[in-house]
Design a protein around this ligand. Structure first.
Ligand code: RUB
Length: 318
C-alpha cells in the first residue's frame, strides 16, 4: 500500500479505487487536491497488483477510473488526475515505469501546494485580517506561510454549513497560533466591516476556461461582499483544478448532496443542498497557481499550456 505524504499534516493511505471512490463520495477523503491525489494513488496501487495482459489492464483501469470520476462531480481535479493516469498508462507499457510516473505526478501536486504557499504569502501583508471559507489546504498553506514569515495576521473562518469544514480551518489556524474568529456563514457581510477584513483567501474545486471559480457553496456570496468592501479575493489553486472540458463548452455539474446533511425531512418542505457555487471571474482578483499569480481571465492560457494532452483526447472523442 502506498502512503502519500501531502504535507506533514495530511497523510492519505492509497487503496483500492472502488473503496477510494466510496471514501471520496462520503467525504472521508475531501478537498479537491486530496481527492485527486487519493484517486491517482489508488489507480497506482491497482496497477501494481494487476496480473492480466496490457489490453485488459487498460480496459479495467478505465473502468476503475470511471467509478472514481463520478464520486465528486464538481471537483475537476478528480477527472483530471484520473485522465492523466489513464493517459500515462496508455503511453507507458512498462509497468514499473508507470508506477514511477504516477508517483512523480503525486509529488508534483505536493510541490505545487508548497509553491502556492510561497507565492501567495507575498500577497499577505503584516497586520492583515484574512477571511477564509470552507477548508482548503491550499488557501491555508498561503496563510500558514505568511505567519511563518513573521507577519502578524488575524483570520476569520466561516462555519461552512452544512458540513462545517470551517471548523477544520479554524482549528488549523489556531494550531499555528494565528488569532482566529469563527463566524456563521450569514455573518460574512457584518464581519467584513466590523473586523476590518483585508483579504479573502479561498481555494477552488474547478477553474473554468472563462476564469469562473467553482468552490464550496457560499464562496460567491463571500466574493460579492468582498467586492462591496473593496477587499481583494485571492484564490489558491493548483493547475490540476483547471477544467479542459470547459474549453470545449462543457458545463460543470454542481453536486447536489443528500438533503439530510441540512436536516431531517419536514413534511411538505423541499430541500436543496448544492455543495458548490460559481464565482464569476470579475469577483476574483487573482488566482495563485504553482506557476505564478494570474488574473482569472488567463485561465484559457493555463489550459492551453498545461492540458494539451487532454484537450487532444477530448477533441478526438467528441
Ligand atoms: C472543499 C472546498 C475547498 C476546495 C479546495 O469542499 O470547497 O475549498 O476543495 O480545497 P469539500 P483544497 O469539503 O466539499 O470537499 O485546497 O484542499 O484542494
Amino acid at each position: 500500500m502506498v502512503v502519500l505524504f501531502l504535507s506533514s499534516l495530511h497523510i492519505i493511505k492509497s487503496m483500492d479505487p472502488a473503496k477510494t471512490a466510496k471514501d471520496i463520495k462520503s467525504m472521508k477523503v475531501r478537498g479537491a487536491l486530496k481527492i485527486a491525489v487519493a484517486a491517482a494513488g489508488s489507480l497506482g496501487d491497482y496497477e501494481k497488483t494487476y496480473k492480466g495482459n496490457q489490453d485488459k489492464f487498460l480496459k479495467d483501469l478505465e473502468k476503475k477510473g470511471e467509478i472514481l470520476k463520478k464520486a465528486r462531480p464538481s471537483a475537476v481535479s478528480l477527472p483530471n488526475a484520473v485522465n492523466y493516469v489513464l493517459y500515462l498508462a496508455e503511453n507507458t507499457p512498462d509497468r514499473n515505469e508507470l508506477v514511477g510516473k504516477i508517483n512523480e505526478f503525486i509529488i508534483e501536486q505536493k510541490e505545487a501546494l508548497k509553491k502556492i504557499g510561497k507565492i501567495g504569502a507575498k500577497r499577505i501583508e503584516d497586520g492583515d485580517t484574512i477571511l477564509t471559507h470552507c477548508n482548503s489546504m491550499t488557501a491555508l498553506e498561503i496563510i500558514k506561510v505568511a505567519k511563518e514569515q513573521g507577519k502578524k495576521i488575524r483570520a476569520v473562518a466561516t462555519e461552512t454549513r452544512p458540513r462545517h469544514q470551517g471548523y477544520i480551518s479554524a482549528k488549523f489556524m489556531a494550531k499555528y497560533k494565528i488569532p482566529v474568529t469563527l463566524i456563521i456563514d450569514s455573518a460574512v457581510r457584518l464581519t467584513m466591516g466590523k473586523l476590518d477584513v483585508d483579504k479573502v483567501v479561498v481555494g477552488a474545486d474547478t477553474v473554468c476556461a472563462n476564469g469562473a471559480v467553482i468552490n464550496k457553496i457560499g464562496t460567491s456570496q463571500v466574493a460579492l461582499v468582498a467586492k462591496e468592501f473593496n477587499v481583494p479575493v485571492i484564490c489558491a489553486c493548483e493547475t490540476i483544478k483547471f477544467s479542459p472540458e470547459t474549453m470545449l463548452g462543457e458545463l460543470i455539474e454542481i453536486e447536489d448532496r443528500d438533503h439530510r446533511e441540512i436536516r431531517s425531512p419536514m413534511p411538505g418542505v423541499k430541500m436543496l443542498n448544492p455543495a458548490f457555487d460559481i464565482t464569476p471571474a470579475e469577483y476574483v482578483d487573482v488566482i495563485v497557481t504553482e506557476d505564478g499569480i494570474i488574473s482569472p481571465y488567463m485561465a484559457y492560457e493555463v489550459l492551453r499550456d498545461k492540458f494539451s494532452w487532454e484537450i487532444k483526447e477530448l477533441k478526438q472523442h467528441g
